[in-house]
Design a protein around this ligand. Structure first.
Ligand code: NAP
Length: 480
């Protein structure tokens, strides 16, 4: 039995301006993509709340020591641990992701808090002796990292807790005040995390969370010259729009992906099938690093496809609250209709659906589709759902050329026992990450993460890299 059961009735939440609830305003209704039931409501902010949050963040408060920051993040981790089932159910209720996935996500967010707490304790300075050249002097230069005055974090729907944790925890670990603007599709979990941080003792000036009309909240935050950093995760279109609007400030953009899994003829077939299925269907295929194209060497193509179809049958698609379900819904019905549509378009171009392909409301079946043409919309653009499009490749170079041919460059996986081929792939895939014998999405929460091309500007996140972004380096020197 789960230790905490979320009541069946919808929860009523508000945004917070530095700890003060946003009391009056229109109500946002957040509905379950599975059954349309209202999961919760949020009182929306307007432009005056946005201004108040900026002022409160800039005004600041008692500066937190490294130990304070560690203690707050660690306490939050403990609170999350105690309420893990409640959080998993909340994510499920607003996103339609199944409990298998939402429990996994809570575990990841716990890791983020843990690693950020530990990093807060570490010194991040360097020392440069200056008497090391004929021009040198008897001095030393020291570096230290200072928090920014104010940062803004804008997050997407697909990991309602972990994406938020990945921005807020590093900001807190560095002492940088932050205003969070979560997705309107999944704001409930984000607000609950903010409440957990307040409960753990976070001074209120350090964190606000606002939802409201884009023109009164998100765009105002992005454009305000007093904000020193915008950290955004979401779609390419919105990311590029933010890049234009932000003006003179730091911008981190973590955008879409179209990640290939390359399966070579010497691969361990069972491993390849496992990685293809897990990579394509976990989180309902809604991971930026989900497997979105499976590039299989032609000599093993038919055997691989047969096994993938068999494996796909294990991914029961259904009620996200059931422990038997392995694939819940995608985020909403229009998203599922888009997926159904790209499948139909690929079929019209000659592809064949070997398993799945059906849709019911926001539920898209895990779908194995073969002979997908290289120019099909499904594989050229990002198809954010549980699709497993398989494409034949002649050899490794053909696979690399195809893998590199889209606008994206987030991550990739290659399945092979040949280390020379693995190294060749690492050298030639133009992606932020290359994982050998793993899914493209493999990472730990503290390792550097992020893409290039349309997937991002090459500025990495992950707890340690994000903490660098949320600070600036100050140098000082002393006679020595
Ligand atoms: P989205 O539509 O771009 O929305 C992301 C966030 O941007 C939401 O909070 C949204 O608010 C906000 N937003 C919308 N218009 C804005 C504007 N004009 N100015 C500022 N903010 C604005 O993305 P999504 O559909 O939620 O997320 C899915 C996408 O995220 C996929 O492409 C996925 O690949 C990508 N993603 C990337 C990574 C990565 O690390 N590379 C990780 C996860 C997801 P509203 O909800 O109010 O519209």
């Amino acid at each position: 039995m789960p230790e905490t059961i979320v009541p069946a009735k919808a929860i009523a939440l508000t945004g917070y301006v530095a700890g003060q609830p946003v009391r009056s305003g229109a109500l946002l209704e957040v509905k379950s993509p599975y059954n349309g039931r209202i999961a919760g409501t949020v009182t929306l902010a307007d432009r005056s709340h946005t201004e108040a949050a900026i002022v409160a963040g800039l005004q600041g408060g008692p500066r937190l020591s490294r130990y304070d920051r560690f203690a707050i993040l660690d306490k939050t981790r403990q609170l999350l641990e105690a309420r893990k089932e409640e959080f998993a159910r909340l994510i499920m209720s607003e996103s339609g992701l199944c409990m298998r996935e939402t429990r996994y996500e809570v575990g990841r967010a716990r890791d983020v808090l843990h690693f950020a707490a530990l990093e807060a304790l570490k010194d991040d300075g360097q020392v440069f002796s200056c008497d090391i050249s004929p021009q040198g002097k008897a001095r030393k230069i020291f570096t230290l990292r200072e928090p920014l005055s104010l940062a803004v974090a804008i997050t997407p729907f697909n990991h309602p807790l972990n994406q938020v944790a990945h921005k807020i925890a590093p900001a807190i670990a560095t002492g940088t005040p932050v205003i969070l603007k979560p997705s309107e599709k999944t704001p409930l979990t984000a607000i609950r995390l903010v409440e957990l941080l307040y409960e753990a003792g976070l001074p209120h000036y350090m964190l606000s969370v606002l939802l409201g009309p884009t023109a009164e909240v998100a765009e105002v935050l992005v454009q305000d010259p007093r904000v020193e950093l915008v950290s955004f995760t979401g779609s390419v279109a919105v990311g590029k729009h933010i890049a234009k609007q932000a003006g003179y400030k730091k911008v981190i953009l973590e955008l879409g992906g179209n990640d290939p899994l390359i399966v070579l003829e010497d691969a361990d077939m069972d491993l390849a099938v496992t990685l293809a299925a897990e990579g394509s269907y976990r989180n309902s295929g809604q991971r930026c690093t989900a497997v979105k194209r499976i590039l299989v060497q032609e000599s093993i193509h038919d055997a691989f496809v047969q096994k993938l179809v068999e494996r796909t049958k294990e991914y029961t698609c259904g009620d996200p609250s059931s422990d038997e379900t392995r694939v819940g819904t995608v985020i909403d019905e229009p998203a599922a209709i888009y997926l159904e549509d790209v499948v139909k378009k690929a079929v019209a171009q000659g592809a064949k659906v070997l398993y799945g392909g059906g849709r019911n409301g926001a539920q898209m079946e895990p779908t194995v589709i073969v002979d997908v043409p290289r120019d099909a919309q499904m594989v050229v653009q990002e198809s954010f759902g549980p699709l497993a499009p398989v494409m034949k490749v002649k050899d490794l170079d053909d696979a690399i050329q195809l893998a590199n041919s889209t606008a994206f460059g987030l991550s990739s996986g290659i399945v092979t026992k040949d280390m020379e081929k693995a190294i060749h792939a690492v050298k030639h895939l133009r992606m932020g990450t290359v994982n050998i014998n793993e899914v493209p999405g493999y990472r730990i929460e503290s390792s550097p993460f992020g893409g290039i091309k349309d997937s991002g500007l090459g500025i990495k996140e992950g707890v340690i890299e994000a903490m660098k972004c949320f600070t600036y380096v100050k140098t000082f020197s002393l006679p020595w």
